[in-house]
Design a protein around this ligand. Structure first.
Ligand code: C2E
Ligand code: MG
Ligand code: MG
Length: 573
């Protein structure tokens, strides 16, 4: 059916003219021939059905579409070509007195309209030029909104649109569909230590590697930060394929990245939600994939996790717990326990660590492992820290003189506490409000929390230390601290993590690590506390290795202050 009406040699603009009336088609071609300063190659087809194979076969610079084609309404025709060719400029042609139709077409994404027969003043070539310029501008705007500038992947908005369309399609056809969320490990550490530019280049390279593993490249999005999303349909969304693809994607990002001369090992985690088992709309699928991702992150490095109902129950339980915890803080259900720290040379207590407990009215005592990580996700942790700091300082005042020699109180702080600009003021409020000597106060912060933002940490640590407080690195050996930072941070004590002490009598590796940590600390003029000492043999060995102090069930379990006072009276003198 297609008939090519060619203008003689000159670089041509390819135009697809969809017009059932031969006379009108001829007039348009003649019009372009006569009045234009440019060449046009016009392919004329009489119907949409004839047009489709042509535009699927090759690109056109402009579409000219008659709004009165037989067998379809003008608006259906506009929607069809807009859907099939979203980036091609479109001009519609109407009859006289068809203003409403023309406006409807513009609202559906046509760039311009012309009234048939009214071709005076070069109107058609002008309209073509205008439509091309307008569409280029629109495409640019769409690109900015729909694509992530750092990675070139599609944006969250476009991903959500595609997900919605895919769900509608899957709903009708029964096709498999899955959403996969991937987040990087240690990305924050990279930007904190090597800067924003390295972080951005890293994200770009991650995107390239993901595209290498994924066939449907236009379905990978960067959502925000270091989080990526993938939409899989059909055979790719079967459980076996999802597992295989997850493994492949994770291995791809396990490989070291070479960015600006730095060899970076990142790795990631994946959470997966399938349709319809894990959700029937886009937000449900994303939320559930996120729950699974959260779970995968807490598991071993480089793992993926499918969303399950059980996970959802756990999530709901967590939400409930958070609500209860909020009340608990206000209703004073929190309680400080204290665990003595003992000087290994003298065998006398030299300090205590504050370990908070939650006295739940129905569930009894809840250990901090069950609520501190949850509280850390929101500002609730700040309220908890304020409580423990004030209460600990007040209790410390009561114990003055109970033991001979220097005696300190160590308080656990989280990364979130440390990131608050007013952390130092809050600490001072507790110290000044209770009249405690600030030299008796120590702050414990884990290695990984320190490394989250070492620059900010240096400043906050320096402020706190200038006030007289000491700084302990908690759970040392379990995180990734850079030795150069360790030597530059204002620190006083390394606490060797319990995992190295538990089997120190039988595990040669852990003995080596504990010995090396003690030597490293002493070389940096830091003291060492061993956590989790449960036997006399462990205490004796650590003493022989030169460890300064110890803490653990062998000496005493964490206890409420009513028990601590008699304990100290017994062994403090
Ligand atoms: P952590 O600061 O490393 O505290 C040491 C943990 O090891 C405590 O667990 C303590 O009871 C336990 N422990 C001490 N000696 C032994 C031993 O010989 N054997 C065994 N098996 N365990 C021992 P707990 O009290 O459950 O606290 C767990 C973690 O919760 C703490 O680890 C700390 O990170 C956090 N935490 C506790 N209280 C607070 C708090 O007030 N604020 C903040 N931010 N975190 C807290
Ligand atoms: Mg601690
Ligand atoms: Mg610890």
């Amino acid at each position: 059916m297609a008939q090519i009406l060619e203008h003689p040699a000159r670089p041509a603009l390819n135009i697809l003219l969809i017009e059932d009336n031969e006379g009108d088609a001829f007039l348009i071609q003649e019009m372009l021939e006569k009045t234009s300063s440019r060449d046009y190659s016009v392919l004329h087809v009489p119907t949409l059905e004839n047009a489709e194979p042509e535009y699927r076969n090759r690109p056109f610079n402009v579409l000219l579409l008659d709004l009165n084609l037989p067998g379809t309404t003008g608006m259906e025709a506009v929607e069809k070509v807009r859907h099939d060719l979203p980036t091609t400029p479109l001009i519609v042609m109407t009859g006289m007195d068809d203003d409403q139709k023309a406006i409807g077409a513009l609202a559906r994404g046509a760039q311009d309209y012309i009234v048939k027969g009214q071709y005076a003043n070069n109107i058609l070539p002008r309209s073509i030029r205008y439509a091309i310029e307008r569409k280029q501008f629109e495409n640019k705007v769409i690109e900015l909104v729909h694509f992530d500038r750092t990675t070139g992947l599609i944006s969250r908005d476009l991903f959500m649109n595609r997900l919605e369309e895919a769900i509608a399609g899957a709903g009708q056809s029964g096709m498999d569909l899955a959403v996969m969320l991937l987040s990087l490990r240690r990305f924050k550490e990279v930007t904190a230590t090597l800067g924003h530019d390295v972080g951005q280049k890293l994200l770009k390279t991650v995107a390239v590697r993901l595209k290498e593993c994924f066939m449907q490249k236009d379905r990978i999005a960067r959502l925000e930060g270091d989080e990526f999303a993938m939409l899989l349909t059909g055979d790719l969304a079967s459980p076996e394929s999802l597992a295989a693809f997850s493994g492949q994607a994770l291995r791809a990002i396990e490989r070291p990245f070479d960015i600006d001369g730095h060899s970076l090992r990142i790795g990631g985690s994946i959470g997966i939600a399938t349709y319809p088992a894990c959700g029937t709309d886009k937000s449900e699928l994303i939320t559930h994939a996120d729950t699974a991702l959260h779970h995968a992150r807490q598991n071993s490095a480089g793992s993926f996790h499918f969303y399950t109902r059980k996970l959802n129950e756990e999530l709901n339980a967590r939400i409930m717990l958070e609500r209860e915890l909020r009340n608990a803080v206000r209703q004073r259900q929190l309680l400080n326990y204290y665990q003595p720290i003992v000087d290994l040379k003298t065998g006398r207590p030299c300090g205590v660590e504050t370990l908070v407990r939650w006295q739940h009215p129905e569930k009894g005592i809840i250990q901090p492992g069950a609520f501190i990580p949850l509280a850390e996700k929101s500002d609730l942790i700040l309220e908890i820290s304020d409580f423990t700091m004030h209460q600990s300082c007040a209790d410390l005042m009561e114990w003055q003189g109970l033991v001979k020699g220097p005696f300190y109180m160590s308080l656990n702080c989280t990364a979130r506490d440390f990131q608050q600009l007013d952390f130092y003021e809050r600490l001072c409020a507790a110290i000044v409000g209770t009249n405690v000597n600030s030299c008796q106060v120590a702050l414990e912060i884990t290695e990984s929390a320190l490394m989250e933002d070492p620059k900010q940490a240096v400043q906050t640590l320096a402020e706190c230390r200038n006030s007289g407080a000491s700084i302990f690195v908690d759970d040392f050996g379990t995180g990734y601290s850079s030795l150069s930072y360790l030597s530059r941070l204002p620190l006083d004590v390394l606490k060797i993590d319990r995992s190295f002490i538990t089997d120190i009598m039988t595990n040669g590796h852990n003995l080596v690590i504990a010995t090396a940590t003690i030597n490293l600390a002493h070389a940096l003029s830091l003291k060492v506390v061993a956590e989790g000492i449960e036997s006399k043999e462990q205490a004796d060995l650590l003493k022989t290795l030169g460890c300064d102090a110890g803490q653990g069930y062998f000496f005493a379990k964490p206890m409420p202050k009513e028990e601590l006072v008699p304990w100290m009276q017994r062994c403090g003198t």
